[in-house]
Design a protein around this ligand. Structure first.
Ligand SMILES: NC(=O)c1ccc[n+]([C@@H]2O[C@H](COP(=O)([O-])OP(=O)(O)OC[C@H]3O[C@@H](n4cnc5c(N)ncnc54)[C@H](OP(=O)(O)O)[C@@H]3O)[C@@H](O)[C@H]2O)c1
Length: 269
């Protein structure tokens, strides 16, 4: 992945956290970038820093991905990047509260960002990648795809979609030169929980089976798994153990374990 500067990586949600870490990784590897976000005052300086530090070009697009017009603009842009080699569908968010009490429009926006955006950008990127017989698509999902739970219904549902979508796509794209990965981080220190109104420091105190990782560690695991040809990337030993439990414990036992741990987490914040 140390190729020439005529290659471009498109990364959604690069203002902070995992998307920003991907932007650093691909800029360092010599890729020109197209990055999206909404907090212009934060993402613009990141772009300038990356351009200066790594000598690549970085285009910033301020986009609300739950807005159809914004998304269609990004789709058009994606189709036009002939040298697009990497697409990282990373942008995402979560909400607090039960399904019934939550504002429905926020849940609908989540479906647009986690499902429609991933589908549309992948669909827009693939024709050029297929022509060039080369490409990487990383879809950022979550351990939430496995550790289903109350107060996270639409989040877990949409992330489960990303897993099934990406793994199915992998089988469709065998022997085309295009590699796809679904990245399933557990807890990562980013702006994600703060935006939900949590006190990150308090949240991090509760460890138990939970392993907090940095965005850089997540990106390193993703890239390492990509090199190994792993389609599902689960960063962190503890998350891999939780994945194992989610697959092989009898469901009732798994539900009890989940609820016990969530109660412990809730009492610590
Ligand atoms: N942090 C975790 O513990 C964790 C765990 C598992 C999976 N993930 C997943 O990792 C991905 C990245 O999250 P993160 O933890 O790095 O959080 P983050 O620091 O909050 O970054 C999220 C990025 O997505 C963008 N975004 C969110 N909603 C958007 C919308 N409606 N329209 C356009 N852009 C939007 C944000 O833009 P602005 O900030 O500029 O608004 C930001 O750039 C998400 O898909 C998340 O579900 C996170």
């Amino acid at each position: 992945m140390s190729e020439t500067k005529t290659k471009t990586a498109l990364i959604t949600g690069a203002t902070s956290g995992i998307g920003k870490a991907f932007a650093y990784f691909f800029a360092k590897a010599g890729y020109n970038l197209v990055i999206t976000g909404r907090r212009e005052n934060i993402i613009q300086p990141i772009a300038e820093k990356l351009e200066k530090k790594y000598g690549v070009s970085v285009e910033v697009l301020i986009i609300e991905l739950s807005n159809q017009l914004d998304l269609d603009e990004l789709v058009q842009k994606t189709k036009e990047i002939k040298e697009l080699e990497v697409l990282v569908n990373n942008a995402g968010f979560a909400t607090r509260g039960t399904f019934v009490e939550n504002d429905f429009s926020q849940q609908e926006a989540m479906v647009r960002v986690h499902i429609l955006t991933v589908m549309k950008l992948t669909h827009a990127a693939l024709p050029n990648m297929l022509l060039r017989k080369k490409g990487i698509i990383i879809n950022v999902s979550s351990m939430g795809a496995y550790l289903i739970g109350p107060h996270n219904t639409v989040y877990c549902g949409t992330k489960t979609f990303i897993n099934a979508f990406t793994e199915s796509l992998h089988l469709e794209l065998l022997n085309t030169g295009i590699r796809v990965q679904v990245l399933c981080p557990g807890f990562v220190v980013t702006d994600f929980h703060r935006k939900m109104g949590y006190n990150l420091a308090k949240l991090q105190k509760n460890r138990g089976l939970i392993q907090w990782m940095t965005p850089k560690e997540v990106v390193i695991a993703s890239i390492r798994d990509l090199a190994r040809g792993k389609v599902v990337s689960i960063p962190g030993k503890s998350n891999q153990f939780l994945y194992f439990l989610s697959r092989f414990l009898p469901r009732q036992m798994f539900y009890s374990l989940l609820l016990r741990n969530l109660k412990k987490l809730a009492s610590s914040i």
